[in-house]
Design a protein around this ligand. Structure first.
Ligand code: SAM
Length: 432
């Protein structure tokens, strides 16, 4: 690291591989330690606000990273002889700056780059001092890449009324809409309770993105202990009546000791955070060896036509909300799955239950009818409902009280943090 306090606001970006990870390693450190995972599918998310880490990254870039690189470029492009050596401090500053833009601004801007320096610069990163020629090459690389951070449009305009507050998308208005919009049947609650009895009994359980406690209230009574983490104060207050121990915090940087849970559970939450892979790394860290990460998924298969209607409504609402499509996509699930299995977690898909349900169209369209997905926070309830009505009637599906049959299922993806059986099986060092 350069000794000039270049990265005061953020963590060092070039890992020192000679030292074991410390207990204070952040999630980003741990992601980085897994190496270059370039075969991970790109994040197909679109955010409708600037994620907090990006704001911080832009500030740091403008205030701390860019100026010394610009100085260096000005100094050497004018006067330096190409084979002269720049100083060790300048070399470190330049390398840090390159790793910074790579870590913070790769590809579409919401996919983090992994592994610090890009392959084409790693050779330079090994040298204490580099030549002016190499330095100018790095400056060119830096300049091209810092544009990912400054110009790639991942924030196509925040819809009116949406606030990137609270470290979460769920402000007071969405929290208010949330429970009425996401009604679950007693059957679903029963399935969760049965799951908790069978898989969580006596264990120290953590739930990610506990929201208003829909899942927590069913599983907590059967766990050895229960803690939740949730980024939105509004969601925590909305669920306060259940008396759950839900801590305000970020699942991408959890305030929990390494190895302090035997099971981590999530339902529709990891896909909603800014970078699910950071939450996955943190999950790995807080899980004890042999612990399990359970991703609970609700699978609905409504009558023919409803899925298409859902897609049409989603597209229309997204357009009204600023042209942004929901980011809680299957792409995220695949990324998390690949990351976890790549880390050596043993995966098992467990089908907990499947049953038939007759529901009103309003119920099949829940989350859309009153726009309770954060991606639609620029749309008011009345507009959302009238869009649903208009498109349902155009598709000859009746009004919102018309009932339709469909199938509902609950599936759990179990990822077990198996012991390391060989060096390649579990590449990361487990912190104890
Ligand atoms: C769709 S809701 C699901 C809530 C709950 N799991 C349920 O099934 O009702 C997603 C939740 O994840 C929370 N969330 C999003 N990003 C988060 C983060 N980085 N850390 C903690 N919680 C987060 C949101 O605030 C929201 O409450």
């Amino acid at each position: 690291m350069g000794g000039d306090g270049l990265f005061e606001k953020v963590m060092p970006v070039i890992p020192d591989r000679s030292k074991p990870p410390s207990r204070t390693s952040t999630a980003i450190d741990l992601v980085r330690e897994t190496g270059d995972v370039t075969d991970l599918p790109a994040c197909d998310s679109r955010f409708h606000y600037v994620p907090p880490w990006r704001v911080a990254a832009l500030e740091t870039l403008a205030e701390k990273v860019l100026p010394p690189v610009a100085d260096l470029a000005a100094r050497y492009s004018a006067a330096g002889r190409m084979e002269d050596l720049i100083t060790a401090d300048e070399t470190a500053t330049l390398m840090d700056a390159c790793a910074f833009v790579r870590l913070r601004g790769a590809r579409d801007g919401c996919t983090l780059a992994f592994g610090g320096l890009p392959p084409e610069l790693t050779e330079y990163g090994r040298r204490e001092r580099m030549t002016v020629r190499a330095a100018l090459e790095c400056v060119g690389w830096f300049d091209a890449n810092q544009r990912h951070l400054t110009t790639v449009d991942i924030a196509p305009g925040r819809p009116a009324g949406a606030q990137p507050v609270d470290g979460a998308l769920y402000g007071a208005e969405l929290a208010r809409r949330y429970d009425p919009a996401r009604q679950v049947t007693e059957r679903f609650n029963d399935v969760l309770r049965a799951f908790a009895k069978e898989f969580l009994g006596t264990r120290r359980v953590l739930e990610l993105g506990a929201g208003t406690g829909r899942v927590g209230r069913n599983i907590a009574p059967f766990a050895g202990s229960y803690a939740g983490i949730e980024a939105s104060h509004a969601m925590i207050s909305a669920g306060r009546r259940y008396g759950l121990d839900v801590r305000h915090g970020d699942m991408m940087a959890m305030p929990f000791e390494t190895g302090s849970f035997d099971a981590v559970v999530e339902h529709e939450s990891i896909d909603f955070c800014t970078e699910p892979l950071l939450a996955a790394t943190e999950t790995e860290r807080v899980l004890s060896l042999g612990g399990q990460f359970y991703r609970v998924e609700l699978e609905t298969a409504p009558a023919a036509g409803i899925s298409r209607l859902q897609e049409e409504i989603t597209a229309r609402l997204a357009k009204l909300s600023g042209g942004v499509f929901p980011y809680w996509t299957k792409g995220q699930r695949r990324r998390v799955h690949q990351w976890l299995t790549g880390r050596g977690f043993a995966h098992r898909r467990i089908r907990l239950a499947r049953w038939n349900e007759t529901r009103s169209l309003r119920n099949w369209l829940q989350g859309l009818v009153n726009a309770s997905y954060p991606s639609f926070s620029g749309v008011d309830e009345q507009t959302a409902e009238s869009v649903c009505l208009e498109l349902a009637s155009a598709a000859s599906m009746g009004d919102l009280d018309t009932t339709w049959d469909g199938e509902v299922g609950v599936v759990v993806h179990q990822y077990e943090a198996v012991d390391r059986c060989c060096s390649s099986h579990r590449p990361g060092r487990r912190l104890v």
